[in-house]
Design a protein around this ligand. Structure first.
Ligand code: NDP
Length: 291
């Protein structure tokens, strides 16, 4: 059978991993990248480097886009707009939901369809069966390109027609990732200030992180029911605890921006009258803009 043709635009760590996996799977791969030399090893493996974004887009119906942000997407694709008619843009560039919706409208204005993707793995997870990507946009386009999407990440998870929704789910996970990792760097800084290494605290850090999923499971039903009963924990207890954390960091001479921000959110919960409720009531505090 004839090889299916795919274009990949953007050869950062992600785009390069995707192009490599598509070559492994036997796709005919056309590439474009602002810095052409990043395509060298892929071209050596049989990919074709297009001389312009327009020629890259013209080469395949399916166009995978993996750029830094949507400003880069427009910078690359605006000059190629006349070539977009009839194309499926698998846009895996990270964006806000609003940016993704605007991108889908822009694509539609040029006769193309955007499927928004949010990849839940680092470049090393590309092509791995256990990795997953959220997609949103037209279901029939998703279904038609499913083998290609499953080549990129084993699980391709369609999350509805709204092109912003995949971006929303992606940002929810990424927000948890950055804040959780920052809490880890804070822990390592505090450990170091007290003569401990990252290796010394690894078992303790693992146990603490792994315990979180039980808290998610316990609080989910209660939060969805709007229930913040202070039967197993109380915000006032949490307030005292986060102040101990803040003071321990301050006494150790490490940066206190993160623990102080945590104390500030707890304080707002106390001021809102949730002291005898569960600290899950903070979700109500966080759900309202402070301004
Ligand atoms: P990079 O930012 O490293 O590279 C993306 C590409 O964008 C490069 O090819 C770069 O070209 C190009 N680019 C940036 N600005 C412009 C511009 N103004 N004009 C033309 N080209 C431009 O990103 P990654 O490969 O790491 O990631 C791609 C997307 O995937 C991002 O949106 C990222 O958030 C998302 N993602 C990344 C993950 C990761 O672990 N890396 C994990 C999950 C999602 P050049 O080579 O010329 O600089």
């Amino acid at each position: 059978p004839q090889q299916q043709s795919v274009t990949v635009i953007g050869l950062g760590p992600m785009g390069r991993a995707m192009a490599a996996v598509l070559l492994d799977r036997g796709y005919a791969v056309t590439l474009w990248n602002r810095t052409a030399s990043r395509a060298d090893d892929l071209v050596a493996r049989g990919a074709v480097l297009a001389p312009s974004p327009a020629e890259a887009v013209a080469a395949s119906e399916a166009v995978v886009i993996s750029l830094t942000d949507y400003a880069a997407v427009y910078a690359v694709l605006e000059p190629a707009a006349p070539a977009l008619d009839g194309r499926v843009l698998l846009n895996l560039t990270s964006a806000t939901p609003e940016e993704a919706r605007a991108g889908a409208r822009w694509a539609a204005g040029h006769g193309a369809v955007q499927l928004t993707g949010g990849v839940n793995s680092p470049p090393s997870g590309i092509g791995q069966p256990e990795s997953s990507t959220f997609y949103s946009g037209p279901r029939q386009v998703f279904d038609r390109h499913r083998p290609l999407l499953e080549a990129l990440t084993g699980r391709a998870d369609h999350q509805g027609e709204d092109p912003g929704h995949a971006a929303l789910l992606y940002q929810i996970g990424v927000g948890m990732f950055w804040t959780s990792m920052l809490s880890y760097w804070q822990a390592v800084a505090l450990a170091r200030a007290n003569g401990l290494t990252a290796a010394d605290i690894l078992p303790h850090a693992d146990e603490t992180a792994n315990s979180l999923t039980q808290f998610f499971a316990f609080y989910t039903g209660r939060v969805d029911a709007g229930e913040h009963t202070g039967d197993v924990d109380r915000l006032a207890m949490g307030m005292a605890s986060v102040e101990h954390v803040l003071r321990t960091n301050a006494d150790s001479g490490v940066d206190t921006a993160l623990p102080a921000a945590v104390v500030e959110v707890f304080r707002r919960g106390m001021e809102a009258g949730y002291g005898t409720d569960s600290f899950s009531a903070l979700v109500e505090v966080l759900g309202k803009s402070a301004r």
